[in-house]
Design a protein around this ligand. Structure first.
Ligand code: NDP
Length: 444
């Protein structure tokens, strides 16, 4: 297998899907050497079977807004691979959603889920519906219309969706309610549910907490204490909020947050109280991060991203390709020694090259943000058992899983000079597990 050749063919067969090509390119580059040590993989054309999703559903969603206007959106579900378990991955509601973005996310999800130690395949779904400015009644009607199409393709042992950008506990609740009605069953078909109807404790916190647990493992390899370290966090949604919460608890100092309009820089640090305000602002009032700067009198940069501010650690937690090569150079110049990704593919290939060249601690999203789907997997287990575990139990399992992912990255990513290439480590570890399962199950 030649990575470039496979990619060229995929680009010809699936043109105009740049995000999908980008995600595939990164994995192929990492696994080329290992793949070529296994001629049986090539004989089974494993690489194409692994890159092309098993199934894609796309459908029209029709709903009525508060003014009585009939609206349409597109909905999708990508079932990428069920080699090691039922398809599993979030639902994204954002105006930018298209097939390329969901294909990249489902592809990444397959390797991420393989790293978690839990039996979950990879999938992703969503819609180009823009939840901004919509009333709760409109959100509910949209979620119900979305599930009216989706429900027949999912199930507790088939495909288990969860949240992602624009989809939090409220939206999962609405989707689960409609699913339950149509399927006439009460099962764990969605994760990220409310605590009173089968949700797991720590699920809302899991991606952010897990990212910080992964960061701690990386820092340990260089004997660095997180206490007092200044952190650049982007985004201000679920992942960013709980990343900040854990950082503050451990004595680190988050100094930035952002949304799609701009970023705030608070040199005094975002405290527990200030974070509570952010959570209320975002979850209750659906406001903009600019209001933080107005309330606490700090800097706000309209249209900007936080990567030019001085700090020690960066945790991109908003969206894909939010950190480019120039941003990465700036981070290095300002003394950043660790980057741990809460978002999926937030760094462009040029940025990753800069991190690896400078040998900083760099954790790609598929390893560092796997805590969210891990606790989703634990939610599925609790639903199957019809039991709910304590906060401590879920948190300790999350810590164990993140440490295990780190160990696997080190195992496959350690270079001859002892530098750990976490990109390579995560890609090879995830790939080997899925590849071996596919080989064992024959040509299907
Ligand atoms: P939320 O919707 O809760 O928050 C997203 C945040 O990112 C918001 O602050 C949003 O700002 C900002 N954002 C979204 N799109 C853009 C954009 N194009 N440019 C600038 N800012 C943007 O989503 P999550 O916190 O759940 O997800 C964040 C990232 O983490 C995503 O990449 C997601 O795939 C990934 N992830 C999430 C998991 C989870 O469990 N939720 C699990 C693993 C990964 P605004 O409000 O202005 O849109």
């Amino acid at each position: 297998m030649k990575a470039e050749q496979v990619l060229t063919t995929l680009k010809q067969r699936f043109p105009n899907e740049p995000e999908y090509h980008q995600a595939v390119h990164e994995v192929l580059e990492s696994i080329e050497e290992v793949y070529n040590q296994h001629p049986e993989f090539d004989k089974a054309n494993l690489i194409e079977r692994l890159c092309i999703p098993e199934r894609i559903f796309s459908f029209r969603i029709t709903w009525v807004d508060d003014k009585g206007n009939v609206q349409t959106n597109m909905g999708y579900r990508i079932q990428h691979s069920n080699a090691i378990g039922p398809y599993k991955g979030g639902i994204r509601f954002h105006s930018s959603v298209n097939q390329s973005i969901l294909k990249f996310l489902a592809f990444e999800q397959t390797f991420k889920n393989a790293l978690t130690t839990l039996p979950m395949g990879g999938g992703k779904g969503g819609s180009d519906f823009n939840p901004k400015g919509k009333s709760t009644a409109e959100i509910m009607r949209f979620c119900q219309a979305f599930v009216t199409e989706l429900w027949r393709h999912i199930g507790p042992d088939t495909d288990v969706p969860a949240g992602d950008i624009g989809v939090g506990g409220r939206e999962v609740g609405f989707m689960f309610g409609m699913y339950k009605k149509l399927a006439r069953e009460f099962t764990g078909t969605f994760t990220g549910k409310g605590i009173t109807f089968g949700g797991s404790l720590i699920r809302p916190e899991a991606t952010g907490y897990g990212n910080v647990y992964f960061l701690l493992e990386m820092l340990k390899t260089r004997n660095i204490d997180i206490k007092g370290k200044k952190c650049l966090v982007s985004g201000s949604g679920n992942v960013a909020q709980y990343t900040c919460e854990k950082l503050i608890e451990l004595g680190a100092i988050p100094v930035t947050l952002s949304d799609s309009n701009g970023y705030i820089y608070d040199p005094e640090g975002i405290t527990k109280e200030k974070l509570e305000y952010v959570m209320e602002l975002k979850e209750l009032y659906r406001g903009r991060i600019k209001e933080y700067a107005e309330k606490y009198g700090c800097k706000y940069v309209e249209g900007g991203r936080p990567w030019g501010e001085k700090a020690d650690i960066a945790l991109p937690s908003a969206t894909q390709n939010e950190l480019n090569g120039d941003d990465a150079e700036m981070l290095i110049k300002n003394g950043i020694f660790a980057v741990s990704e809460g978002a999926n593919m937030p760094s462009t290939p040029e940025a990753i090259e800069v991190f690896l060249k400078n040998k900083i601690l760099y954790a790609p999203g598929k390893a560092a943000n796997a805590g969210g789907v891990s606790v989703s997997g634990l939610e599925m287990t609790q639903n199957s058992e019809r039991l709910g575990w304590s906060k401590e139990e879920v948190d300790s399992k999350l810590k164990w899983i993140m440490a295990n992912i780190h160990e696997n990255c080190v195992k496959y990513g350690k270079q001859s000079d002892n530098f750990v290439d976490y990109v390579k480590g995560a890609n090879i570890a995830g790939f080997m597990k899925v590849a071996q399962a596919m080989m064992a199950q024959g040509i299907i």
